[in-house]
Design a protein around this ligand. Structure first.
Ligand SMILES: [Zn+2]
Length: 269
């Protein structure tokens, strides 16, 4: 599933490509023909991300709301690329076409609905940076939900997915089964700060790279090889990059999670 950094990057790319003139909107698949007709031929004013939600604002007051979910993709194509029948929405200008396939959500909403949607989301590290830390700490320090699950819960923090939750907890040395209530304020602040730093890098590089230069053995670039980019995600049974132990795979909130049993501690350890 795309995480917040991908959606923020997507929002910026869409605004750059589509806000310079009228946009033709159509649904080659047919499932979104009514929605596409509401924005067809109008100008897109701006595009923004809130966590994993994408909102595109149009000059006629409509707002396009997209959530990619697990398999959705929103990709840029040459104008001459012919859409397949799986394309839910195609947005086209005089020079470029963007095509959406397999989204979890694709709808046209109004401002009240937009306000309702974002009211359900916790702070977004990429929107708020450092100043979102206070709200995050209040949210996380009051919950008895294990951190592995809480970090995926978009009401606590918006934009974290399965890769980042494992990596954030490793970098902070905390096990996924520790609850928010068991953290100190300092630990919660450090989790937020780590998340801001990682997502900013993820957005800039358009991929997730969490390894530090110290553990990498040299400067880390966005071209870091896949097998060297992360600490724990999908590394079950492999050697920890920081100790002589091995990475363990477990389950949290119904999805796999990975951690190092010796680098990451419970609160009483
Ligand atoms: Zn370790």
């Amino acid at each position: 599933m795309p995480e917040g950094h991908t959606i923020h990057r997507l929002a910026a790319d869409l605004e750059k490509d589509l806000s310079n003139g009228p946009v033709t909107a159509l649904s080659p698949q047919g499932r979104f023909s009514d929605g596409a007709s509401l924005i067809d031929g109008t100008h897109m004013l701006r595009s923004e991300a809130w966590g994993k939600h994408l909102f595109c604002w149009w000059e006629n007051g409509h707002i396009l709301h997209i959530h990619l979910g697990l398999i959705g993709k929103f990709r840029k194509f040459d104008l001459h690329h012919q859409p397949s029948e799986t394309v839910r929405l195609r947005l086209e200008t005089a020079s470029v076409a963007w095509q959406l396939t397999g989204p979890q959500t694709c709808s046209v909403i109004d401002e009240d609905e937009w306000a309702y949607r974002i009211s359900k989301l916790g702070p977004d590290p990429l929107r708020l940076g450092k100043r979102g830390g206070k709200e995050f700490c209040e949210n996380i320090l009051s919950t008895s939900i294990p951190l592995g699950a809480a970090l995926l819960n978009q009401q606590f923090i918006a934009g974290i997915g399965n890769v980042y939750r494992s990596e954030i907890l490793f970098l902070n040395g905390i096990r996924p089964d520790v609850s928010g209530k068991e953290l100190t304020l300092k630990q919660a602040e450090e989790i937020w700060d780590t998340t801001v730093m990682l997502l900013r890098k993820g957005k800039a590089w358009n991929r997730i790279v969490t390894i530090t230069p110290e553990d990498h053995g040299s400067r880390v670039t966005k071209k870091a090889l896949d097998e060297n980019a992360l600490y724990v995600y999908k590394r079950g049974g492999l050697s920890c990059r920081r100790c002589s132990g091995f990475i363990t795979q477990s389950t949290s909130a119904g999805r796999s999670i990975w951690y190092c049993p010796s680098c990451q501690k419970g609160t009483n350890a």
